[in-house]
Each structure stands twice: as structure tokens, then as C-alpha cells.
Write a protein that binds this ligand. Structure first.
Ligand code: EPZ
Length: 419
């Protein structure tokens, strides 16, 4: 069982290159099978979730090939399998995009219910009601979701809740429906825009991605495309917070600074220096006393829920009382027990986590409880006195490419060991 061993309190210095966006990759790879053609997707992150999707498509009969660690060739000619119920599907949340992609192309699909990080219930009712609005029959058979339609017809769909997955999945299915679909109260995350841009490169007619209203004019067929996905907003934010918690000076490179605005604003509020160039952000001047602040997670462009655990680590060593309010997920505070074991003073009351800053954390053995909680444990180990050993790092490998190498290049004392 691999673990990460970190000796804390090294100030991180230098440059880190951010990989492609996990949450764009896990939508765009399934979308590629909508064309009876060949797609090439570049700037993929070299992470477990991408490898899991590769294995899933391969088992479906799609001819997939890694041209290099970050480029996948996806040949969906002759694909005719619409049943995806094997184990790989249960390993990650984003398998549900196969429903929208197969429904669009073949007008039917059956996919095992997705897995993914466990922080409370993660329903897919909005996905399924969106498919039904387009004219699909939706049936649950045990753990398998079955959807089918004589034909798909464009519809006006209002999302009860802002949902990244449902917005993208409905967009996939509507791309090849007859007529026009509007998705109102749509999610605006960068990876929603990236998925729409990829579909448009394949011949789709999608307008408004990144706004509250997405309009899709259905087309008969899609063709192959070559596409480079956007940098990962959450990986970038994780390294920005790593610089802040270690009192370092780090250039986070190959990013879209605009995507980081909510985090940059919070770091400035806390007293950290932020400098932007067109494709990078420098986080510096972090050595002085950092001030407590409050954070409310919201859909984009609000503060991302996927940066909530990482932010809790920084707030746990800021001077004063901070309050985090988690507005997206019901139960995304499991990591706080581990953070307390590291010496943080954090109390959870419903959707709020109240944090009283301490001078420093103290290293100990902890486990990652999910992907971003695992990232938070790394940040805690980097700033804690002494040694921190992190178990269950399989979660971290789902979403962070070469994590210990990238941190070591910044001067962290971090090693992956088999224990
Ligand atoms: C995506 O999950 C991300 N995952 C999550 O990131 C991220 O936390 C989340 O969006 C919010 O930004 C991927 O993109 C693969 P949602 P998703 O649908 O699409 C409720 C990470 O760390 N909801 O936007 O599953 C839901 O319960 C992962 O990279 C319904 O009620 O999230 C939640 O409260 C963790 N019914 C809210 O909407 C539905 O049918 C937002 O969820 C769908 C969602």
C-alpha cells in the first residue's frame, strides 16, 4: 500500500506546471464516442480517472490509444455496444456521461450507477429528468440505469439545482436531438465551457456555455475533432494554497488566471501576495501573519467546493476565527477529523465549519477520505511541524498528476513509499 511521507515546514519556491483539467477530461473523453469517427484529445492529465475511462472505452469496443502520456486517440468507428455495466464504471462519478453520449448517438444506453468521492448522497435525478424531457424512457434496474428513445426532441429544461454533471449530460444528449434545446440555470464551470467547445469542434451547434442559458440546435451527425483541454482550475488552486500555507513564493504556470479569481481574491483578503501574468499566477509574500476570513462555496464563478478542504488547511493556521459554509454538498467535512488529529481547531455545525487559527499543525499519520481531502492532507503535512504519513493516496492519484514529483520540485520533502 503506497503512502506519502512528508517532513513539513519547507517553504515552497519556484514554478509548477499545471496539467489538463480532470473534470473537463472525464466529460470530453465520453463525448468523443458520439462521432462515428476518430478524435484526438490533447493535454489530458496523466491520472487514474483518465486511465479508468480508457479501460472503460476499450471494453466497450472503442479503439483507444495513448499517443503519449497526455494525448488519447479515440476511434469510435464501428462502435455498437451501448451496455456499460462492468467494474470500471463504478470506480468514478463521471461514468454517467456515457449515458448522455450513447443516448445521443444510439438513442439507447445502459450504464451502471457511478461511484466517485463519497461525501453524502450524489443523486443523478436531474440528469435523468433532463433525458426524459428530451423524450427518453428512463428505467432503473437495480444498479443499472437504462435510457432509450424512438427519437430525441429538443426541449426547454430548467435546472432545479445548478449541476455541472447534469448540465453537461443534458448538453450531450441534446446535441443530436431534433430541434432546439435550452438549458436554463445551467452550470457555468470552465469544464462545462470546455465540453461545449469540444462538441462544437465535432460539428455541434451549442451557444451560451458559460452563461445561465445554453442553447443547443440538434444536428444529425458529429465528426471527429482534435482538441486540447483547458488547464485544471482545482489543481492550480491546490498549488496556490500550498505556497500560502508554507510561506513560500511560487509561480503556478500554464493556467487561465480568470478561472482562479475567487481563490485569488480570498488569498489577498488573507494577506497573501498575488501577481498575475497571462498564463500564470505568482503566490508570494506569505511569510507574515495571515488573517482569518470567511468562505462560502458556490457554483462557478463562486468559490469552488473542490477547494474547500484545501482552504480549511490554510484557515487553520490563519490568525483568528474563520467560518467555511459548504453550500454545494451535504457532507464534505469528513476530512476535518483528520485535520483535528494534525492539531487544527475546527468544529463542524451542519453546513458550517468554524475554525480557530493555531500557530502551527503537528505531523501525524492520517488517511485521505476522498480526492480533495487527500490534497488537503498533503497541504497540512507541508506546513506541519515534523513528519506526516498519508494513507489511502489512491484517492489523490485519481486527480493529481505526479503529485509528489511536482511538490518535490518546489522544495517539499515528500516521498511516496510502499508500506
Ligand atoms: C462535479 O460533480 C465535479 N465532478 C465535482 O468535483 C464537483 O464537486 C461538483 O461538480 C461541483 O462543482 C466532476 O466534474 C467529475 P453537481 P457533479 O451535479 O457533477 C446536486 C472533484 O473533486 N445534484 O454539480 O456530480 C448534488 O447532490 C469532484 O473533482 C442533484 O441533486 O456535481 C450537489 O448537491 C468532487 N441531482 C449539487 O447538485 C443531480 O442529478 C451539485 O452537484 C445532480 C446533482
Amino acid at each position: 500500500m503506497d503512502k506519502l511521507v512528508i517532513k513539513g515546514q519547507n517553504k515552497l519556491k519556484g514554478e509548477v506546471i499545471i496539467s489538463g483539467a480532470k473534470n473537463a477530461a472525464v466529460a470530453i473523453i465520453p463525448a468523443a464516442i458520439m462521432a462515428d469517427d476518430v478524435c484526438i484529445v490533447e493535454n489530458l492529465p496523466n491520472i487514474e480517472d483518465v486511465k479508468c475511462l480508457y479501460a472503460t472505452l476499450d471494453k466497450m469496443g472503442v479503439k483507444c490509444e495513448f499517443l503519449d502520456n497526455h494525448t488519447m486517440k479515440i476511434d469510435s468507428r464501428n462502435l455498437d455496444n451501448v451496455s456499460v455495466t462492468f467494474d470500471e464504471v463504478r470506480k468514478m462519478r463521471a461514468s454517467y456521461y456515457l449515458l448522455g453520449a450513447l443516448l445521443a448517438r444510439f438513442k439507447k444506453a445502459e450504464v451502471a450507477m457511478p461511484g466517485g468521492c463519497n461525501f453524502g448522497s450524489r443523486p443523478i435525478d436531474l440528469h435523468l429528468s433532463g433525458f426524459a424531457a428530451l423524450g427518453a424512457e428512463v428505467e432503473m434496474q437495480g444498479e443499472v440505469v437504462k435510457v432509450s428513445a424512438e427519437k430525441l426532441t429538443g426541449a426547454s429544461i430548467y435546472m432545479d439545482t445548478v449541476s455541472v454533471g447534469a448540465t453537461i449530460n443534458i448538453m450531450l444528449a441534446a446535441t443530436m436531438a431534433e430541434g432546439t434545446t435550452t438549458i436554463e440555470n445551467a452550470a457555468k464551470e470552465p469544464h462545462v465551457v470546455d465540453a461545449a467547445n469540444f462538441l462544437n469542434m465535432m460539428g455541434a451547434k451549442i451557444k451560451g456555455a458559460g452563461t445561465d442559458v445554453i442553447r443547443i440546435v440538434g444536428v444529425e451527425k458529429l465528426h471527429g475533432a482534435q482538441y486540447t483541454i483547458i488547464p485544471d482550475q482545482i489543481e492550480a488552486g491546490t498549488y496556490m494554497i500550498a505556497a500560502a500555507v508554507t510561506g513560500g513564493d511560487v509561480w503556478v504556470k500554464n493556467i487561465i488566471p480568470k478561472h482562479m479569481d475567487s481563490l485569488s481574491a480570498k488569498l489577498i483578503e488573507i494577506g497573501v501576495g498575488i501577481e498575475e501574468s497571462d498564463d500564470a499566477i505568482r503566490v508570494f509574500d506569505c511569510g507574515k501573519e495571515l488573517k482569518a476570513t470567511n468562505v462560502r462555496t458556490m457554483a462557478y464563478p463562486g468559490f469552488p467546493t473542490d477547494m474547500q478542504p484545501q482552504m480549511a488547511v490554510l484557515l487553520s493556521i490563519c490568525n483568528g476565527k474563520s467560518i467555511i459554509t459548504e453550500n454545494v454538498w451535504d457532507n464534505r467535512y469528513q476530512y476535518t477529523d483528520e485535520l483535528k488529529n494534525l492539531g487544527a481547531k475546527i468544529n463542524v455545525e451542519g453546513r458550517m465549519a468554524i475554525i480557530d487559527g493555531v500557530d502551527s499543525l503537528k505531523g501525524t499519520s492520517v488517511d485521505a477520505t476522498d480526492l480533495r481531502a487527500g490534497a488537503a492532507m498533503i497541504l497540512a503535512g507541508l506546513c506541519a511541524r515534523g513528519e506526516t504519513i498519508i494513507g489511502e493516496i489512491k484517492y489523490i492519484d485519481r486527480g493529481y498528476e505526479d503529485v509528489e514529483k511536482k511538490f518535490a520540485l518546489l522544495g517539499a520533502d515528500i516521498k511516496r513509499v510502499s508500506m
